[in-house]
Design a protein around this ligand. Structure first.
Ligand SMILES: Nc1ncnc2c1ncn2[C@@H]1O[C@H](COP(=O)(O)OP(=O)(O)O)[C@@H](O)[C@H]1O
Ligand SMILES: [Mg+2]
Length: 251
């Protein structure tokens, strides 16, 4: 096994009431993994992932990127660990789809030709080329979320983290986004997805990590943990529930 890209050790961050936050989280992320970070609302998923690119500082514990504490180089961390938030639509700053994707590379002071080439490549990869001159405000919810991913991809991140990526998307929007993300993973992109909706993602992910009350309570393969979802307040996939109903005498 290769050395982990990201290592979280004994991470704790409690909010002022003292009972909520995240407590003693340890987790290693290796190249090419597709991790579902599952947990019911309030279990601490967003708090955990906001630490992973330095948006929140640990109160105790540490986070290492390639063996170095992330707070030592936040600029590098934010390039390496890309975040797509649930409210990605509100992060849009460009007048056109092309400009929006160019925004990140421009801030890295790359040359114009290099930026244009990179942006065109990413738009092509996410099937957004036909929308490149559109005002981002006129895009559908699913297209806006793809645009947010394009903006992150243009920075060549090693890990992309999604917070509830399917929130407010209809079924076609969800399926299209899922295919996009799964294709990225097939091409080697490391992915972490925080969600309370495991069913949509389970066929694509390699690993399932479950949080409850701010703690990491399970970490294993999707197949092994699927039967434990409901005890942590997460909806189990339909097939699991049907099996339980069809053979109640076996449970
Ligand atoms: N800024 C904040 N101030 C105080 N409490 C917060 C704040 N953000 C989150 N919390 C609390 O921390 C816990 C974990 O929240 P969060 O990380 O948002 O969970 P999730 O993303 O799994 O829904 C919840 O009890 C929530 O109410
Ligand atoms: Mg959340």
């Amino acid at each position: 096994m290769t050395a982990p890209i990201l290592e979280i050790r004994h991470l704790t961050h409690s909010y002022p009431d003292g009972n909520s936050g995240i407590f003693d989280i340890s987790l290693s992320v290796s190249r090419g993994e597709f991790i579902i970070l599952a947990g019911k609302n309030g279990s601490g998923k967003t708090t955990l992932i906001r630490h992973l690119n330095g948006l929140l500082q640990p109160q105790s514990g540490e986070i290492k990127l390639h063996g170095k504490n992330i707070s030592k180089n936040l600029i590098l961390t934010r390039r390496t660990v890309g975040m797509v938030f649930q409210d990605a639509d509100t992060q849009i700053v460009g007048d056109t789809v092309f400009d929006e994707v160019a925004f990140g590379p421009e801030n890295l002071n790359l040359g114009r030709a290099h930026i244009n080439e990179k942006v065109s490549m990413v738009l092509e990869q996410l099937d957004l080329t036909r929308l490149k001159d559109r005002n981002p405000a006129t895009l559908s919810g699913g297209e806006k979320r793809k645009l947010a991913i394009a903006g992150i991809l243009a920075m060549d991140p090693e890990i992309i983290i999604f917070d509830e990526p399917f929130a407010n998307l209809d079924h076609p929007g969800t399926q299209s986004l899922l295919t996009t993300i799964s294709d990225l993973n097939k091409n080697g992109q490391t992915i972490i997805m925080a969600t309370h909706d495991v069913e949509t993602l389970m066929a694509k992910a390699s690993r399932l990590v479950i949080m409850a009350r701010g703690r990491l309570v399970e970490d294993g393969s999707v197949g092994d943990l699927i039967k434990k979802l409901e005890r942590h307040g997460i909806k189990a996939p339909c097939a699991c529930r049907m099996e339980a109903k069809a053979h109640p005498w076996q449970t």
